[in-house]
Design a protein around this ligand. Sequence first.
Ligand code: GCO
Ligand code: MN
Ligand code: MN
Length: 388
Amino acid sequence: MNNLVPRPEHQFTFGLWTVGSTGRDPFGAPTREPKSPAELVHLLADVGAYGVNFHDNDLIPIDATAAEAEAIKKDFRKALAETGLTVPMATTNLFYDPVFKDGAFTSNDPKVRAYAMQKTLRAIDLGVEFGAGVYVFWGGREGTESDSSKNPVEAIKRNREAMNFFCEYALDQGYNLRFALEAKPNEPRGDLYNPTTGHMLAFIETLDHPDMVGVNPEVAHEHMAGINFMHGVAQAWEAGKLFHIDLNDQYPGRYDQDFRFGSRDIKAAFYLVKFLEDVGYTGMRHFDAHAYRTEDDAGVKDFALGCMRTYLILKEKADQFNQDPEIQSLLDEINADDGSMTPYFGAYSSGKAKALKEAHFDRNAMGARGLQYERLDQLTIELLLGVR
Ligand code: GCO
Ligand code: MN
Ligand code: MN
């Protein structure tokens, strides 16, 4: 079907590190040859992606000379021009190099903290150079294995000071940039600070420029914690903080799987896509996942196409849900409101409180009413299974 073909207007993006994953894991060597950033741009263009995102060191190796960096940037820029791909988001790798083994902005070593800030300032410049409008912060090493090693309040303060510094830097440079904080409960550290999107939202409100900072929630990260991803996304959206999103999939209670979007929990993926489409989220649909280690280059394309195709299928299903007469009349019934309670709601007044205290409610009848959610859920399942 034509509308299931990914096109640039769908704003699907991938990180260089996603389709560029060579299949290395903690137990085994790579199963695929590495590709250059320019080659990855062409791969993404072939499958219909809109954009490509990078960590500073996905593009430019940490030890590259200035001349090497220029050559890589030139090739990358050429590939972008040839394909029309954009770079909507960029980020810093603050987790791979041994220097960050005990964290970056929250490290106990002031030299490491200062180096992390230097690396981030340079990486921000690089992202902006390629047009990034969103800058992601994922503190992969900002945590502990042993809580005897770090003071968690100090860690929050260090993190805050760093974020305030970067906001001021962006303003000082006149960059049109927003920051998106990405939470994860654990891995690669035993425990990470600010482990969920909700923690991040609370942290953001304590910053000097909370308006510049939002979140980048990731499906897998909240599923690792066993919580409802869509609810967290909704909270971020309602707070005006959904600046970016990392789509993938994950079984709860397992290692960090980064599976193809929608490959594990179709129902959760459906409610997520329905939410994003219903509210009119205009940001990038970014896939932060990678192909199974079993795959060759063709399999990597199958993976990338699969992420986007599943999103588009679920988008169609969301449309179908919104137009299904039986589902919609059931929802109308569920949400019925005859207006008789309206006088009790809204802003407080002492009169309202008095009236409410005197009102009579038939608690037993209210509690006895069946809500028909079994029927509604089964209709949803049948729709998803393709028999409606
Ligand atoms: C992970 C994270 C990362 C970040 C990326 C961008 O679990 O490894 O999701 O992939 O999203 O570093 O900040
Ligand atoms: Mn992740
Ligand atoms: Mn991520």
